[in-house]
Design a binder for this molecule. Structure first.
Ligand SMILES: Cc1ncc(COP(=O)(O)O)c(C=O)c1O
Length: 486
């Protein structure tokens, strides 16, 4: 039953291709988001008790139907969400190949082609970020969170060689690290998982443009040193999750160099700017980073998960993760190669790099530059169209994430009103956007990111029209409520 017969396989593959092709060509006819009805979903699953085997094609249709009905379609051109793009066609093909060939990226000798593809892509990306490709090292990760965790462990290994063997108890001073108040929560998780604890994360205030305040950073480092803490790592975010803002990378690199602290750039999404020549300058200074997080499953539209950790220190990953095991195949001993497991938190690992490699083979750098340019232009259009309709854009970034409030109504910047507008648009099925909190005072905003390369002018306009309709519905409702209360 695990290897189905040839005739069933043929039917299954044919149907699979139909289902995938149908999804790709008809996705824009679907509601972007489903209604959230947990009972309905559990009802669909309730009869599936595995007692009676199901036909292969039948099972495929069952799942495809449920996925059509019960998920936010992040590949939809009117999904203005959280960096979850439409997958590249080549990425879908690559992930299928990976599932079939199932290469094991623990030992180099098990999957030499896969390991060398990943090395090749890592060096090419290092070069895009301004590293010397010959010195670039790195590893593919499940995503940005694992890459950020890897950065913290690398910084710990670099600063405290005794940490890997003796752990936190061997340290004479508590390490602390610095990230802006707008940084990603994965650093808090990494602090927990590595044993530092979340109190070790210093959230540095931001300036009026939501960028880390370098002066406040320097002061905090001085204070920490005076109080006996050990400053370990500075994180610059290139493209914050809530507002797409880029920290002053060059300035923060200088602080890190002056203070002798590991400098990490979390460019999980915004790193895509390195692939469009006219945006590359926005990442100025990233080449000075000791390490970089970049997610190919964000702006490069690889299917999830395809994260990357890059470093210009060729020895640090091996020092962080390298170990010997008796069951490790030794066939590659003596060759000038790297066993991927010595660079990673993971042991058995999927061939993550293939979807990036094959997407790049077909699109080329120019294809990606064009997609990134297009999305940036759609972000600019969204900003203009919102402002024309009386919405106020509150973030400044060259990247396509737009945060805004409603200046047309007195209550237009309150959390209740913005949430109501957001819910109303999402419930209409016409588009998907979210609420975010920005700044040190956590101001609520509506947030729309152009995250799909398939988003076009008509989709941007449809979002603005949907928002304008929601504003009339919700504005009217709150006016009625306040007159009722009076
Ligand atoms: C700036 C930033 N860093 C890290 C991450 C975490 O990436 P992942 O979701 O791939 O774990 C995200 C996710 O949105 C992000 O926006």
């Amino acid at each position: 039953m695990l290897m189905l017969n040839e005739q069933t396989r043929e039917e299954l593959w044919r149907r699979l291709i139909e289902v995938v092709e149908n999804y790709l060509t008809k996705i824009d006819t679907a509601r972007v988001a489903p209604e959230l009805d947990v009972e309905k979903i559990r009802g669909v699953l309730a009869g599936r008790d595995f007692a009676e085997p199901l036909g292969a094609v039948e099972s495929l249709d069952f799942v495809a139907d449920a996925m059509w009905r019960f998920q936010v379609h992040t590949g939809h051109p009117r999904y203005f969400g959280l960096f979850c793009p439409a997958s590249t066609t080549m990425g879908i093909a690559a992930d299928t190949l990976v599932a079939a060939f199932n290469p094991q990226l623990a030992a180099w000798s098990h999957s030499p082609f896969a390991a060398e593809v990943e090395r090749h892509v890592i060096r090419s990306f290092g070069q895009k970020f301004g590293y010397d490709p010959a010195l670039t090292d790195g590893v593919f990760t499940s995503g940005g969170s694992e890459a950020n965790h890897t950065a913290l462990l690398a910084a710990m290994t670099n600063e405290f060689p005794e940490f890997n063997e003796h752990g936190m108890r061997a340290l004479t001073a508590q390490p602390v690290f610095y990230v802006s108040s707008q940084g990603h929560h994965s650093f808090l998780k990494a602090a927990r998982a590595s044993g530092l604890g979340t109190a070790a994360v210093r959230e540095i205030p931001v300036d009026g443009e939501l960028r880390m305040n370098a002066g406040a950073l320097t002061e905090r480092i001085e204070r920490d040193r005076a109080e006996g803490f050990k400053p370990l790592m500075i994180v610059a975010t290139a493209g914050t999750t809530s507002s797409g803002v880029i920290d002053p990378i060059d300035e923060l690199a200088e602080v890190a160099a002056r203070e002798g602290i590991w400098f990490h750039v979390d460019a999980a999404w915004g790193g895509g700017a390195a692939f469009a020549p006219e945006l590359r300058a926005t990442l100025g200074g990233i080449e000075k980073a000791d390490s970089i997080t970049f997610d190919a499953h964000k702006w490069l539209s690889a299917p999830m998960g395809a994260g990357l950790f890059l470093t210009r220190h060729p020895e640090i990953l091996k020092r962080t993760f390298g170990m010997a095991t008796s069951y490790m195949p030794r066939d590659a001993a003596g060759l000038e190669v790297v066993d991927p497991f010595t660079h990673s938190i993971q042991w058995s690992r999927r061939f993550i790099g293939l979807k990036v490699f094959m997407s790049l083979l077909v699109a080329g750098w120019d294809g990606y530059a064009e997609a990134i340019r297009h999305q940036t232009a759609m972000g600019d259009r969204l900003r203009r169209r919102l402002q024309d309709s009386g919405w106020e854009v509150v973030n400044r970034t060259p990247l396509p994430v737009v945060c805004f409030v409603d200046r047309a109504l007195w209550e237009g910047a309150t959390a209740e009103y913005l949430e109501a507008v957001c819910k109303s648009v999402v419930a209409s099925g016409e588009a998907w956007l979210s609420i975010a909190r920005v700044g040190d005072d956590n101001k609520p905003v509506l947030r729309a990111g152009v995250t799909s390369y398939r988003t076009n002018v008509a989709d941007v306009d449809a979002l603005v029209e949907s928002l304008n309709r929601a504003r009339i519905r919700e504005g009217g409702r709150s006016a009625r409520n306040s007159s009722g209360a009076a």
